[in-house]
Design a protein around this ligand. Structure first.
Ligand SMILES: *Cc1c(COP(=O)(O)O)cnc(C)c1O
Length: 472
């Protein structure tokens, strides 16, 4: 592709993107394809000769697009959002054109220095104290892995990386059963082992760990010769928004010298609104906090903000300095690749800078407040319908419900059928979870372009599909 073609096709791609966004409301939210259907439309062998862009682009529209689930659809109410505000997409065009590898300060000083600056903007926006330093990780899973490696190394007096875990006391990490599966995987990958992830019982509507049970588990482990290392606290768990009492967790951690990582991947964005900060009260005492601006805030995926109170512990755990990576003679500079597991880094700070400047915190706060309000209204409407019950009350903009028609016997099967019927309808997209062993349907509002009318439509679709299914 020569530069003239590059110009032409870049323009076409940008035009396409704008048309796509403008037409999203008319598309079914979830892809309507069967497994294997899309792959069956592709050549099985790679092409020997180059093909014209016209043909490639036409195939993209014809063969790829039908197999896409539309995450930027205003009626995407499934999982959590993965927002890409248009302005962050524009920034990504630029980043992808420059395609810099931003592993060290010198491999793109702007990337490093802007990252430091916008992460400090975000720190202020969330109301975190001055001492926290930020880094962008590719995902919350990576941030959590980095935090768990840090707690392991800190507990082992920095010997785990060198000596391995054989012959060391067993490292123990504590969490509830509401944390994301990325915690389990970090525990596996770090060599700590699932048996040493101690699940603390929860009690109360937000399902926080019982503080006394947490402390007892730590004391018991220490008496048994095990090595308590850290605690992973959840703020806004993926299933139903499970949220620990961060202040209580940090107090216990402080007493026992443990490291605290707070996973607020989704809920963290809401902390730009001061009125929601009670949900992570005490967070300033945590060592490590992750939230995903690529979820609710609007920074195109991927963009995970990781705040650390003592970056030296993290860098001591993860930095490797082979000769060819040393940046001689420039002391005091940050090489963010020493703050994360992967070496290579994309220039992710640019989209945050564009996003925060174009919308300002006021607009972003207004969006989040609307989502919380509309979701609360919908929860009340659903609770007021005959045959529906609210399973978990709204945590920010997330709640869960189920349909319990009179005389229906297998309620789990009925609700799985209902969520399928709703998604086949196409106007909205929801996902299910299990709460205390039983199926519940989740709803969250969080898409950048969602309006009150979109949430109202969700009510109509849910009620209509339930009626149809019950009378079938
Ligand atoms: C989405 C989510 C994650 C995982 O985020 P990735 O960035 O996809 O790794 C972790 N924890 C919580 C609470 C989440 O909602």
């Amino acid at each position: 592709m020569n530069n003239d073609d590059f110009r032409e096709w870049s323009r076409k791609a940008a035009e396409w993107g704008a048309d796509y966004r403008a037409g999203l409301r008319e598309l079914p939210v979830r892809a309507r394809t069967k497994p294997g259907e899309i792959a069956a439309g592709m050549e099985t062998a790679p092409p020997e000769d180059g093909e014209p862009m016209e043909a490639i682009f036409a195939d993209f529209e014809e063969k790829i697009l039908p197999g896409m689930t539309h995450w930027q659809h205003p009626r995407f109410f499934a999982y959590f959002p993965a927002n890409a505000a248009p302005v962050s997409v524009v920034a990504e065009y630029l980043v992808s054109a420059m395609a810099a590898q931003c592993m060290l300060w010198q491999t793109s000083p702007s990337a490093t220095e802007l990252e430091t600056r916008v992460l400090d903007w975000l720190r202020q926006a969330l109301g975190l104290p001055d001492g926290f330093r930020g880094v962008i990780q590719d995902s919350a899973s990576s941030a959590t892995l980095a935090a768990i490696l840090t707690m392991r190394e800190r507990a082992l007096s920095w010997q785990g990386n060198r000596q391995g875990l054989a012959g060391q006391p067993k490292v123990r990490v504590y969490s509830s059963d509401q944390v994301h599966t990325s915690v389990d995987r970090a525990i596996w990958v770090s060599g700590i082992g699932e048996e040493n992830l101690v699940r603390i019982p929860v009690a109360g509507p937000l399902r926080p760990m019982v503080p006394e049970a947490l402390e007892q588990a730590i004391v018991r482990d220490r008496e048994a010769g095990l090595l308590p290392a850290g605690i992973v606290a959840s703020v806004g768990g993926t299933s139903v928004g499970g949220t620990d009492d961060v202040a209580a967790v940090c107090e216990i951690a402080e007493r026992h010298g443990l490291y605290v990582h707070v996973d607020a991947a989704w809920a963290g964005s809401a902390m730009i609104c001061p009125e929601f900060r009670h949900l992570w009260q005490g967070v300033e005492k945590a060592h490590s906090i992750v939230f995903n601006p690529h979820k609710w805030l609007g920074a195109q995926f991927d963009c995970s903000a990781h705040f650390i109170r003592e970056p030296d512990d993290l860098v001591r755990t993860l930095a490797i300095k082979p000769e060819y990576l040393k940046t001689h003679g420039s002391d005091g500079i940050v090489n963010y690749s020493e703050w994360s597991v992967p070496l290579g880094r994309r220039f992710r700070a640019l989209k945050l800078w564009f996003l925060l400047r174009a919308h300002g915190l006021k607009q972003l706060r207004a969006m989040i407040r609307n989502h919380v309000e509309w979701s609360g209204d919908l929860a009340r409407k659903i609770a007021g319908e005959p045959d529906f019950e609210l399973v978990t009350k709204p945590m920010l903009s997330l709640f869960s419900f189920r349909h319990v028609p009179e005389g229906g016997d297998d309620v789990d099967a009925h609700n799985l059928a209902l969520v399928n019927a709703i998604n086949d309808d196409g106007r909205i997209y929801l996902t299910q979870t299990r709460v205390d062993g039983r199926i519940a349907i989740r709803f969250q509002a969080g898409q950048f372009e969602t309006t009150k009318e979109d949430v109202d439509m969700a009510f109509d679709v849910i009620r209509d599909c339930a009626k149809k299914l019950a009378s079938a």
